[in-house]
Design a protein around this ligand. Sequence first.
Ligand code: NDP
Length: 331
Amino acid sequence: MPETFKAILVSRDAEKKQSVAVTDLTEAELMEGDVTVAVEATTVNYKDGLAITGKAPVIRRWPLVPGIDFAGTVISSSHADWRKGDKVILNGWGVGETHFGAYAGRARVNGDWLVPLPEGMSPHDAMAVGTAGYTAMLCVIALERHGIVPDRGPVVVTGAAGGVGSVAVSLLSSLGYHVIASTGRSAESPYLIDLGAAEVISRDELAQPAKPLAKERWAGGVDAVGSHTLANVLSMTSYGGAVAACGLAGGMDLPASVAPFILRGVSLLGIDSVMAPKPVRLEAWRRIGTDLDHKKLATLSTTIGFDGIVAAARDIVDGKIRGRVVVDMQR
Ligand code: NDP
């Protein structure tokens, strides 16, 4: 009998009604790839929540094992870069969208999609960072490239108590920025201050339709929310500043004016983690290894077992999750 492992499988019936089940799979049922990995840790990202609840069309191949990121150990490989025993991380590349993903004991993927686990990090640490944290790092690198250094003034982080937001607050404060954290959950102020926020503001301040230009409040920002929030962040960005936009937790629209761009020279920096080229990923994970205060990973993450994935997926879409959720596959 071939060895089986547990997996979450999302299916769709003839009426396109989606259902989620826990099942047993064998390696023969995995999709094509040249590296097979024993998944040791994964996470629940906002996108995984959308996939499992069906709230947005993240899944584009049926049935599918969801889960957009994992860390684990190579079991077998015919790819030149990877050997049995190597510790690896995967983020994106359509895994958990069109290719069987992380919510299974094993994953078979294209070896080009993998990056090595940074020195000194466990699979659990890497997934406490996860795709949300790696995206936060991409945002920080984009701001730095634009010359937004700590001396330029404060930076704002929206959706601050969420996954991207928590890692962004932590990273930016470790790098010496004055971080203004925007949250809808005032009870999370002590948590955000613990992560390094210098100020915490209510998300209500950024939720109304934006004026073309408002009082300059920050040199830049990391926005995980979109919609009116991003429009307000742009209108409050000081001359020559920049905002890294990576998320849509508040909406996919952008009801803004061109005024910040043409009157203040503000830049909007688009951040995509899914198809980011390998050198960009290697740089982001290297920086996570060196710049993120690893002690803060315990503060910003909660660990659950495989059986908790579906409930956590619902909670993240409802905005109930604080920081990052790590799934320990051995639990
Ligand atoms: P989380 O759910 O952990 O965080 C999102 C946060 O946004 C919430 O915690 C909440 O923060 C805030 N929020 C939620 N709903 C609203 C709302 N209606 N209005 C205003 N704020 C709201 O998700 P992640 O951090 O994992 O992801 C954040 C966003 O980034 C998502 O849209 C996700 O799809 C996107 N993303 C994009 C990537 C890319 O490659 N571009 C990669 C990873 C994520 P608070 O309670 O503090 O207000």
